[in-house]
Design a protein around this ligand. Structure first.
Ligand code: UDX
Ligand code: ADP
Length: 468
């Protein structure tokens, strides 16, 4: 069967669905794209006239939205209607870790996937191609296929084809990653629907970068790519602690080992621990699958990657308390950066959450500044309102929202750099040193500051993987 793809629907207008469809729409002006979501507020933001009000912050995204929105890219809450018109349907809904029931804390919660599959089964036209885009545990396609009645026809006598096409974009560089991917992976069982999706990517991706596999290899590869990347970060983070105690410098070690082509220089930046919506969730999924198949040695191996990550965050907050003379109760500490990495407003699994919670628990008054994360998101993540006035400073532990670095630094005993936003690389430390309480301390978890310069202004510096 030959497919003619002229209408594509994407279910889920989040960090994956939104940018992915925007880039494909930009590359394929002859196809009409409808991104649908059940969240009206999110859709309103995607349709906002002010491009600075898009629901996600991603460099290069506003420009692409400007070019495509209202032409061949549309955002709406008309989920069923757009499903019914589409030749191809991408599923890009959220798949967080299950909070309760069987597999709680490890397995992915597939209720949003299931809900989407049920809607597709009811409303989509026969012969529609269904593409899994969300990061999913292996064999999810099987669940989708069962709900859709593949390979047989479903209750309404419709036929569907299911493909896996995992997205490898990283937040903050999503547009660049989508426009110039290292590879595009497409898993499926039938030749023709695979070719239909390959043809779409061929509009801008070199054919040799398009890998086609069976469904399960495709699903598993996405999980394993993330597990390997996360493992690299835990490896370098474990060595950062060793460097601090031995006098080695983690950046020099990373440079030296990364020069070996077999190791490679990327993804070797020690930091406060990996965050984001994928790494932890995917490793937990991997652990769950391994345990399910009785591979307990394999699951314990991957569990260590998560253990080291948690330990890294914990050891940073412990160290801050220790360096500030054993107590931070009632002290003001400025937190620079709250998103899980630079160039995104996403805070999912951000190390800043754990570090801030620990410091608040110790009684600190935190002043949090992030260039893109909003106050209400921080409130939600910390599970704590910030409706205190400065006059109410106490030793109970609380937090305030800062509009600038200098505001966060004013009268603070310490500043903690948690996210490597570019602006933290060029701060006016002379000015900052004047407003901080003495002795002033900077905890640099991302190796962004020039230690010599800070010391010149009388600021003590502790750098992750270097120490002092
Ligand atoms: C990741 C994968 O990179 C991407 O391919 C997949 O599609 C989704 O998951 P993302 O989570 O958006 O992307 O960002 P990434 O750049 O991988 O960073 C993840 C975390 O690791 C961040 O908290 C980041 O600060 C941290 N990190 C990354 C380090 O601590 N050191 C590094 O060298 C790289
Ligand atoms: P990701 O990072 O994977 O894109 P997000 O949480 O940012 O995850 O986005 C997922 C989106 O999917 C959310 O906006 C959510 O409202 C949407 N969603 C979840 N279930 C459905 C559904 N059944 N139909 C339409 N949209 C859905």
């Amino acid at each position: 069967m030959k497919f003619n793809i002229s209408k594509i629907c994407c279910i889920g207008a989040g960090y994956v669905g939104g940018p992915t469809m925007a880039v494909i729409a930009n590359k394929c002006p002859h196809i009409n794209f409808n991104v649908v979501d059940i969240n009206q507020e999110r859709i309103d933001k995607w349709n906002s006239d002010e491009l600075s009000e898009l629901p996600i912050f991603e460099p290069g995204l506003p420009e692409i939205i400007k070019e495509t929105r209202g032409k061949n890219l549309h955002f709406s809450t008309n989920v069923d209607e757009e499903i019914s018109k589409a030749d191809m349907i991408f599923i890009s809904v959220n798949t967080p870790t299950k909070k309760k029931g069987k597999g709680a804390g490890q397995a992915s919660d597939l209720k949003w996937i299931e809900a989407s599959a049920r809607r597709i089964s009811k409303h989509a036209k026969s012969n529609a191609i269904i593409v899994e885009k969300s990061t999913l545990p292996v064999k999810t396609a099987q669940t989708i296929k069962e709900i859709l009645g593949v390979p047989d026809r479903n209750e309404s006598n419709k036929k569907f084809y299911v493909l896996s096409n995992p997205e490898f974009l990283a937040e903050g560089t999503a547009i660049k990653d989508l426009e110039n991917p290292d590879r595009v992976l497409i898993g499926g069982e039938d030749e023709s629907p695979i070719s239909a999706l390959v043809e779409i990517y061929l509009h801008w991706v070199n054919p040799e970068k398009i890998i086609t596999t069976n469904l399960w290899s495709s699903e598993l590869s996405k999980l394993i790519a993330n597990a390997f990347l996360a493992q690299r970060i835990s490896s370098i983070n474990s060595i950062s602690a060793l460097c601090e105690t031995t006098g080695a410098d983690i950046n020099e070690v990373a440079l030296a080992i990364g020069a070996d082509k077999r190791i490679g220089k990327y993804f070797l930046n020690a930091g406060p621990g990996f965050g984001g919506s994928c790494f932890k969730k995917d490793i937990l999924n991997l652990i769950y699958i391994c345990n399910h198949y009785g591979l307990s040695e394999v699951s314990s191996y991957w569990q260590k990657v998560i253990d080291i990550n948690n330990w890294q965050m914990e050891r940073i907050s412990n160290l801050i308390v220790e360096k500030l003379f054993g107590t931070i109760a009632g002290k003001k500490i400025g937190i620079l950066g709250f998103s899980f990495k630079e160039n995104t407003n996403d805070t999912r699994e951000s190390p800043a959450i754990k570090i801030c919670k620990d410091l608040i628990e110790e009684g600190a008054n935190l002043h949090i500044f992030d260039p893109k994360v909003e106050l209400k998101q921080i409130s939600k993540d910390l599970g704590l309102d910030n409706s205190f006035s400065e006059a109410a400073y106490s030793e109970d532990g609380q937090w305030y929202y800062s509009e600038s670095v200098i505001e966060a630094a004013n009268d603070a005993d310490a500043l903690v750099i948690v996210t490597n936003w570019d602006i933290f690389k060029n701060l006016d430390w002379q000015e900052i040193s004047k407003v901080m309480r003495k002795p002033s301390c900077v905890f640099d978890t991302r190796s962004v500051v020039n230690k010599v310069e800070l010391r010149k202004y009388g600021i003590k510096v502790w750098s992750l993987g270097i120490g002092v």
